[in-house]
Design a protein around this ligand. Structure first.
Ligand code: NAD
Ligand code: WQD
Length: 342
């Protein structure tokens, strides 16, 4: 009864390993380490006191995936592995289609050959495109404006087709809003390489002096302070949602064998509200200047959480203060991310 966690050495995956181990599951991680450090899993072991099996492998290597599924007698997969940078996806789209779409296809083929038919998949609120109404419900029309988003949509469709072909498959498609924060121990957290694309890691690097100032991408949106509004969710709440989804899939109590559900808080915060909250948590000033809008950004994006509450009996419990405090704790304890200990 082992759960295979692909991309388990990455940001969300490593927190998910903690949650699954603490809930008593056996896990095996498959990661090609393209955006991860082995230290993250050493830290997972330190938090949980459990042994973490890592297989350094690529999900596109179907025969290797079959060996691993058989060797560990896996019964379910939580699938995080993939590339995730929107800007990069417009520069190297083929790498995105290969890692994300081909990778998931090979992984599913391996699972089919091994009789493993349960998967949780990391999708994204990006599949809703420019919101036609808010808060976003799961039946909001989907569209994508960049290759990264298109890979998520294609994978969602692939999963629905596989589910329709054979009722014994079970899929939980989890659409994440904006995951932030870190484990409260400060032992695992987000460790972006190079210049961060996302707001929270950028703010933390201004707070700790690594970057001069934050560029606020647009202050002329139709929002109360003119800056973009997002639904930030603490990574611990997010991975608890995975645990619940795993239980619901396993029990067969889901209304269908392929569901898509939002994982967000339902609250929206603007860029300037995030800056102020982080200033309070870190007791540092965050210098910023207003820059032009970033291409492809929407004004507002936040979740309707009713379906998640009903289906998963789950709801995010941590607030903005917790998100900022835990992020700052992680950064202070690991000023150079996982390299700090190297
Ligand atoms: P991450 O980059 O930290 O984790 C992804 C992991 O997958 C990394 O450890 C990487 O080394 C591994 N990986 C990549 N390609 C692989 C391959 N072909 N074979 C094996 N391993 C491979 O990213 P994250 O933030 O933890 O995101 C996890 C998942 O959640 C991704 O699928 C991402 O698209 C999705 N997601 C993330 C966010 C976010 O804001 N972080 C939002 C929505 C959805
Ligand atoms: C949040 C807000 C920016 C950086 C992206 C992907 C999505 C998902 C999560 C992965 C926006 C503003 C940001 C900066 C800024 N990713 N901002 N200055 O764009 O909601 O979502 O990450 O799987 O698919 O699209 O998140 O953190 O990049 O931006 O002003 O330096 O912060 O304009 O309003 P986003 P983000």
């Amino acid at each position: 009864m082992t759960v295979l966690i692909t991309g388990g050495a990455g940001y969300i995956g490593s927190h998910c390993c903690v949650a699954f181990l603490q809930a008593g599951h056996d896990i095996v991680v498959v990661d090609n380490m393209s955006n991860a450090s082995q230290v993250s899993l050493e830290r997972v072991a330190a938090i949980t006191g459990a042994k973490v099996s890592l297989e350094t492998a690529d999900i596109r290597d179907q025969s290797r995936m079959e060996e691993i599924l058989k060797q560990y007698r896996c019964t379910a997969v939580v699938h995080f592995a993939g590339l995730k940078a929107v800007g990069e996806s417009t520069k190297i789209p083929l790498a995105y289609y290969d890692n994300n779409v081909v990778g998931t296809h090979r992984l599913l083929s391996a699972m089919a050959n091994c009789g493993v038919k349960q998967m949780i998949f990391s999708s994204s609120a990006t599949v809703y495109g420019d919101p036609q109404f808010l808060p976003l419900t799961e039946d909001h029309p989907t569209s994508a404006v960049n290759p990264y988003g298109r890979t998520k949509l294609m994978i969602e469709e692939m999963l629905r087709d596989v589910a329709a072909s054979d009722p014994s498959w079970r899929f939980g498609i989890l659409r994440y809003f904006n995951p932030v924060g870190a484990h409260e121990s400060g032992l695992v957290g987000e460790d972006p390489q190079g210049i961060p694309n996302n707001l929270m890691p950028f703010i933390t690097q201004v707070a700790d002096g690594r970057r001069e100032e934050l560029s606020v991408f647009g202050n002329d949106y139709d929002t109360p302070d003119g800056t973009g509004i997002r639904d930030y969710i603490h990574v611990i709440d997010l991975v608890e949602g995975h645990l619940r989804a795993h239980e619901v899939l396993g029990s067969g109590s889901a209304p269908s064998n392929c569901f898509a559900v939002n994982l967000g808080t339902g609250n929206g915060y603007s860029v300037l509200e995030m800056v102020k909250a982080f200033e309070r948590a870190s007791n540092r000033q965050i210098r910023y200047s207003i820059a032009p809008r970033r291409e492809g950004d929407v004004a507002q994006c936040f979740a309707n959480t009713e379906f998640a509450e009903k289906l998963l009996n789950w709801k995010a419990e941590r607030g903005l203060e917790d998100m900022c405090r835990d992020t700052w704790n992680w950064v202070c304890k690991n000023p150079r991310g996982y390299e700090t200990v190297a």
